[in-house]
Design a protein around this ligand. Structure first.
Ligand code: GDP
Ligand code: MG
Length: 261
């Protein structure tokens, strides 16, 4: 998708003034059938952080009415933004649309976060604090030779850990949790990356963004988080997403060797 703007049904062009010089953060939450989680999550975030932090939900026409729930919260709270897309267009394009929105709206820091409480709202604060000396901060399940994952089946844990080792060995990128989806970009990283050329959808979307940032010399930091498997709703990740990541790391390496990244 070349231009996500056509989905911006609710453009928020007025930037909310926080009254100081501190950075403004946008937390992007892509959703597909997260009606059971989204309200609780938004309230948990808004109650913990002040108006320097806003939330953007990107919903792909979830049949369970996720967008309608966000709509009603949004009516009473200008810190909540909603981007409705016409159908399930994938996690990668959802984030890319969110990044374009964030850059157009002048946010300094852009976070990615899942809707299913796998990412603890409490951990937003340490992620933001780590941004003081980094351009990209990744909430990592695998730093310091530990595995901070709760309630995942062993098969899924082995897959994720193997994917992170595979990625590190092939790309040489010194990141221990390259597929992690709880992270924060400085706006300058997203401006430096040609978003129209990012094509991954699933786990490899995270790998691709990290790799492009790393190759441009940006400082990446990992800080430990605890990842807890969702208790309500279903995972949307597929076998196709896994296969995509398998070949994508080779593709990225090739692009980098040919200086086409
Ligand atoms: N907008 C949008 N969100 C998606 C799509 N696929 C997954 N998500 C959301 O992305 C987040 C991560 O997906 P999830 O199914 O929890 O993946 P898992 O944690 O790897 O099993 C959740 O908030 C999902 O609702 C999609 O195609 N479009
Ligand atoms: Mg999940």
């Amino acid at each position: 998708m070349k231009n996500g703007e056509k989905y911006f049904l609710y453009p928020e062009t007025v930037i909310k003034n926080s009254g100081n010089t501190s950075s403004r953060t946008l937390v992007i939450i892509p959703t597909y059938n997260e009606a059971e989680n989204i309200e609780r999550l938004i309230r948990a975030i808004l109650s913990r952080y002040d108006e320097r932090l806003d939330v953007l939900v990107i919903d792909d026409n979830s049949p369970d009415g996720t967008a309608e729930i966000v709509e009603s919260i949004k009516k009473n709270d200008g810190r909540v933004k909603l981007l409705r897309r016409p159908g399930k267009l994938g996690l990668g394009t959802a984030y890319l649309d969110g990044f374009r929105y964030a850059l157009n709206s002048g946010y300094d820091r852009i976070m990615e976060m899942d809707a299913d409480f796998s990412h603890d709202p409490e951990s937003i604060a340490p992620l933001l604090a780590a941004m003081d000396d980094a351009d990209l901060v990744i909430g990592s399940r695998y730093v310091n030779n530990t595995v901070n994952v709760v309630n995942w089946p062993l098969s899924r844990l082995i897959l994720s850990k193997a994917a992170s080792i595979y990625t590190r060995v092939i790309t040489g990128m010194p990141v221990y949790d390259p597929t992690g989806g709880f992270k924060c970009f400085s706006a300058k990283v997203l401006r430096a990356i040609d978003l129209d050329r990012v094509h991954s959808q699933g786990y490899s979307f995270q790998i691709e963004m990290n790799f492009r940032a790393w190759k441009r010399g940006f400082v990446i930091r990992e800080i430990p988080i605890v990842f807890v498997d969702r208790t309500v709703g279903k995972s949307k990740m597929t076998r196709k997403n896994i296969l995509e990541a398998v070949w994508m790391v080779w593709w990225l390496k090739l692009l980098s060797i040919l200086r086409l990244l």
